[in-house]
Design a protein. Structure first.
Length: 334
């Protein structure tokens, strides 16, 4: 019989892309809040926080005790999930009114972003997987959290500062698009969905910037507001178009087996739901409410399926090889 992995050893082997599980669960919490399902939203938030703390502990351990391994992982696109996940959680806390905690998470994300984005972007090559879009996702995460805090605290300079990662994120998306291997749409293991998710978080950032301009603030003049409005609507339309393409690809080329990168499928679905609901409110388009809610429940269903796959995968990894056969033999003898 084989030797099972200990829980600590199994967790240490989690790739940086595992951070997408925090992103997916965190954005579901945001979406459920927007749809008015507070109990479910808070349950998702607790799960996301627990996963974030575990990943943060692993991140810190590698940084302090295994620096070469940390540098290797930090150079992969999945490392940027650390920034994105932190921003998603910060956004949910800001909505809850826990501004100090949200501000601390924004400061942490801002601290992590420059080093990680440099390590990742300088290793970009040709024909990259969907994780290449995480540069956009992490950058737009800063814009979303910054704009959310600006609205919550009536801080004009923070809203103006959030414009920088918003436009930079769009630039990073365009650069990533030319490096993305389009064959991943048919062959990808799940992270190819980030091609749409990056547009969704960009649209969400635009919606947050629009709503940050509340009564008496006058953050944007008429021209600025019109540009932000039109770009936000365009980003959402492009995101929904990408989702349609990706969904058709899943039906034509099914990939039912569990892979940790499937969390990067859940995240774009949840983010698209949150973006659709937020953009609908920001641009006064109530017709977007129903599509947003439909996307939200699809995201919840996919989350449950991927979570079940993750549990089964973990049980297999932590169980000695041959355990199943031994159980069958024992049962037969009885």
């Amino acid at each position: 019989m084989g030797t099972p992995l200990t829980p600590r050893a199994w967790w240490a082997q989690r790739p940086p892309a595992a951070g997408a599980a925090v992103m997916a669960t965190g954005i579901l919490s945001v979406g459920l809040h927007l749809a008015g399902h507070e109990v479910l939203s808070k349950i998702a938030l607790v799960l996301a926080c627990a996963a974030w703390l575990a990943l943060a502990a692993n991140f810190g351990y590698l940084l302090l005790a295994q620096r070469p391994q940390w540098l290797t992982r930090a150079g992969t696109p999945g490392a940027l999930t650390a920034v994105a996940a932190t921003c998603v959680l910060g956004t949910r806390f800001a909505v809850l009114g826990w501004q100090v905690l949200a501000e601390a998470l924004l400061a942490l994300a801002v601290l992590l972003w420059p080093g990680l984005i440099w390590l990742v972007v300088r290793r970009w090559g040709r024909r990259m997987p969907g994780a290449v879009f995480l540069g956009c996702v992490a950058t737009q995460g800063l814009a979303v959290l910054g704009a959310t805090l600006a609205a919550a605290t009536s801080t004009a300079w923070l809203a103006h500062a959030a414009l920088v990662p918003f436009w930079l994120g769009i630039v990073l998306y365009l650069v990533a698009l030319f490096r993305f291997d389009l064959r991943q749409v048919a062959r990808g293991a799940g992270d190819h969905w980030i091609a749409g998710g990056a547009l969704a978080i960009s649209a969400l950032a635009g919606a947050k910037l629009l709503t940050a301009d509340g009564p008496g603030r006058y953050l944007w003049n008429a021209d600025d507001n019109a540009v932000l409005h039109d770009v936000t609507v365009l980003l959402l339309a492009l995101d929904l178009a990408w989702l349609a393409v990706l969904l058709v690809a899943e039906l034509v080329w099914p990939r039912p087996r569990y892979d940790v990168r499937r969390w990067s499928t859940v995240f774009p679905l949840g983010m698209s739901a949150a973006a659709t609901l937020s953009v609908g409110a920001a641009v006064d388009a109530p017709g977007l409410d129903t599509p947003g809610r439909v996307l939200l429940w699809i995201a919840v269903a996919v989350w449950l399926a991927v979570a079940a796959g993750a549990v089964l995968s973990a049980r297999t990894a932590l169980r000695p090889a041959g355990t199943g056969a031994a159980e069958v033999t024992s049962t037969a003898r009885r």
